[in-house]
Design a protein around this ligand. Structure first.
Ligand code: ZN
Length: 472
């Protein structure tokens, strides 16, 4: 899961929508990996091999895989990030698990350009001095330098063009929230602003955000909530002139995805079940996203064991945390005919959040199948939009029907969600998001197990419906 600033409820479902979400961010650090013994696929757990499994049995199986990914991280300097031995070991594990279940696996490696190590600076060149603290360039921000008066939007969140009445020829200051960072940057551009400074939500500290890949944006940087307040006060107290400098840096990387097909499907339509396999460098990535991979493995194993895997393609993506890189490379490699064969894409990214909810996003046949199964099983859920925060975005861009489960990242759980799903309101949905503490111990709670049981039950039935429709 990637931080885009716009994660939030899409429309009301059953109860009131949640308060607007703000994703807490933590700087990533990397450590040199030390290779270790390979981890073998978890042996199939007890249960009828071809009959239905209970949610509890499915959950046990998901946890067997989660334990394996934790062991992989433990043996590889605590991470499974892109370009580490922990990622390679994760690829081996997923490949062996799928092969053991009867799938034909292949690795797809391609080159991709990613943005890394861009730098940004802001300084006050005229008027009251403000300590700028940490200034973070947004991922995919255009580069550039501008010196101009700092202007405020009429609504601090700056989500409509009307808010940018004072923006022409100025550098604009807005607060995080309500709409994605990309919207704010595009509105600033449309209003004639030269650059954008976004400050974090109250109490959230430094801000490192991400923009969509568009060419109608202005140079955009993030600062802390405290710096934002100081800058706003300086503008109100007589005005200041600031200089924003953003230097882009791009790098070519090798990204490897794992693709697995059920044998003998020929040229028929396929349903893609996808999850990103990489973690951030800071930790083992158990909720983000061994949870999605482990659930996908479990579903693939069950569908195979029941003879219902015809038309299933499993895809584990590389370098999601560097900007949805692996899924993007895959989508760009497809011919028109191959795109036309994809009947739907199901995305699993972060399904074991400790203080989470059951969120469902997407549109089209996959979304309808999953929402119908949730309702059939009488499982409460919240319809969400996570915009471009995960790999489904590429498939949406091709007008392929999408569904995805999400139980939460660093943004707080709203009061009504805490009531519905159990949990602590105003606390992060996942307090270990993108941190070293995103471990299997952290997610081994009764609440996480209960939610996983519900999600696995609805997912398995949803996949059976989708695959059945595909076969006609
Ligand atoms: Zn993530």
């Amino acid at each position: 899961m990637r931080p885009t600033g716009g994660i939030g409820p899409e429309r009301m479902r059953r109860l009131l929508p949640a308060a607007l979400a703000a994703v807490a961010l933590v700087a990533c650090t990397s450590e040199a990996p030390t290779p270790n013994e390979p981890v073998s696929p978890a042996p199939a757990s007890q249960g009828p091999s071809d009959g239905p499994w209970t949610g509890e049995q499915l959950t046990d199986r998901v946890f067997a895989h989660l334990e394996a990914f934790q062991r992989i991280a433990d043996g590889n300097a605590g991470t499974r990030a892109h370009d580490t031995s922990g990622y390679d070991a994760s690829l081996d594990y997923a490949e062996q698990s799928l092969a053991r279940a009867g799938f034909t696996t292949s690795r797809h490696t391609s080159e991709a350009v990613v943005e890394e190590n861009s730098t940004a600076a802001v300084r006050v060149v005229q008027g009251q001095q403000v300590d700028l603290g940490t200034v973070e360039p947004m991922t995919r921000t255009p580069g550039g330098e501008a010196t101009a008066p700092l202007a405020l939007t009429t609504d601090p969140l700056g989500c409509t063009l009307d808010d940018y009445a004072a923006a022409r020829g100025a550098i604009v200051l807005v607060e995080r929230g309500r709409c994605p960072f990309t919207d704010k940057s595009a509105l600033a551009h449309e209003a004639g602003a030269l650059a954008l400074i976004v400050y974090n939500s109250p109490g959230q500290g430094d801000l490192r955000g991400e923009l969509a890949d568009r060419d109608d944006l202005v140079p955009s940087v993030g600062v802390s909530d405290a710096v934002g307040e100081s800058l706003a006060a300086a503008v109100a107290g007589g005005g200041i002139v600031v200089q924003v400098t953003v230097e882009e840096s791009r790098e070519t990387i090798q990204v490897t995805n794992l693709i697995a097909d059920w044998p003998g499907e020929g040229d028929g339509d396929v349903v893609l079940l996808g999850a990103h396999l990489d973690s951030v460098p800071a930790g083992p990535g158990i909720n983000d996203n061994a949870s999605g991979v482990s659930l996908a493995l479990t579903l693939a194993e069950r569908l195979a064991a029941r003879g219902e895997a015809d038309g299933l393609r499993v895809a584990f993506w590389g370098a999601e945390e560097l900007g949805l890189v692996g899924s993007g490379a895959y989508v760009k490699s497809l011919s028109q005919e191959e795109v036309a064969r994809i009947a739907g894409y199901v995305n699993l990214d972060m399904v074991a959040s400790t203080n989470g909810l059951i969120g469902l996003y997407g549109a089209g046949a996959p979304f309808e199948a999953f929402s119908a199964e949730l309702e059939h099983h009488d499982i409460d859920y919240q319809v969400l939009s996570i915009t471009g925060a995960s790999d489904h975005a590429w498939f949406e861009s091709l007008d392929i029907g999408v569904a995805g489960f999400y139980t939460g990242a660093g943004e707080p759980l709203a009061a009504d969600e805490a009531q519905r799903f159990g949990g602590t309101s105003d606390a992060p949905r996942d307090r270990c998001y993108h941190q070293a503490c995103d471990t299997v111990d952290e997610v081994s709670t009764a609440q996480v197990r209960d939610r996983l049981s519900d999600i696995a039950t609805a997912s398995l039935d949803g996949m059976r419906v989708l695959l059945g429709e595909t076969r006609g």
